[in-house]
Design a protein around this ligand. Structure first.
Ligand SMILES: Nc1ncnc2c1ncn2[C@@H]1O[C@H](COP(=O)(O)OP(=O)(O)OP(=O)(O)O)[C@@H](O)[C@H]1O
Ligand SMILES: [Mg+2]
Length: 226
């Protein structure tokens, strides 16, 4: 089986990396039937791993038995490679959640990732740092002869309709600078940090138009990592 190693990652804190890696893993697995492992590299908080534990603690053993859970593994710089090897070739996606700063954890983690998705929210101060991050990745990983990294794409998270013009101006600026932007955006919605951010269930199938944005985002992630 061809395994893809992907990560929603960026060098900014609080931009939605963990939230979206988690929602992506749950929806790829429970809604799209893909085999997924989610690697929690946010040492030492391990917030995803702990969240799974808390969610399971609320259920009866019989309920847990019925769930076909995807694994969530805690990783460190030292254990990352072995953990990847344990799953490589056996599953569809290895999704890696890294901490939000360019520290040794992140740089080592990035060496293994094939497709990177960088969330970005409209904030003037972030424009420079996000494009610097993109070009750092491009120069060091993407254009490297022995590269593992195949694609880097930016997308808007916490997208607000009221700021549509600002976002489209920004999109133009990024495109002119040669930075690839995803078509889909993830809206700023409370439900993404509440019910839908869980490791046990996908976004319900029959939800009206409300969640189309994030479903399109899942589709685009799938296409771009092909
Ligand atoms: N699309 C969204 N709509 C609403 N809230 C969001 C959205 N994306 C992220 N958030 C919220 O933004 C906050 C930061 O998200 P999160 O912890 O996922 O970011 P992070 O990039 O992983 O942060 P860190 O750098 O600390 O690891 C959380 O409260 C989260 O619920
Ligand atoms: Mg995080």
């Amino acid at each position: 089986m061809e395994t893809k190693i992907i990560s929603i990652v960026g060098e900014k804190g609080g931009i939605g990396k963990t939230t979206l890696n988690l929602i992506l893993a749950s929806n790829f697995h429970y809604a799209k039937g893909k085999k997924v492992v989610l690697l929690d590299g946010d040492n030492p908080q391990y917030s995803i791993y702990k969240k799974r534990q808390r969610e399971l603690n609320l259920l009866e053993p019989s309920e847990i038995k019925e769930l076909e859970l995807y694994p969530i593994e805690r990783v460190t710089v030292e254990s990352l490679q072995d953990t990847i090897m344990k799953y490589y070739g056996l599953i569809d996606y290895i999704i890696l959640d890294l901490p939000g700063s360019l520290n040794v954890e992140m740089v080592k983690g990035l060496l293994y990732v094939e497709h990177i998705f960088i969330p970005f929210s409209h904030d003037e101060l972030e424009i420079d740092s996000t494009s610097n991050f993109y070009f750092t990745l491009k120069n060091n990983f993407l254009d490297n002869e022995e590269r593992v990294l195949k694609s880097v794409n930016l997308f808007f998270n916490k997208y607000k309709l009221v700021r549509k013009n600002k976002f489209s101006l920004l999109r133009q600026q990024f495109e002119q600078a040669g930075i690839p932007m995803m078509q889909s955006v993830v809206k700023d919605r409370t439900i993404y940090k509440e019910q839908y951010r869980n490791t046990l269930y996908p976004i319900p199938e029959n939800k009206e138009d409300g969640e189309l944005d994030i479903k399109r985002f899942f589709e685009e992630v799938e296409q771009l990592s092909n």
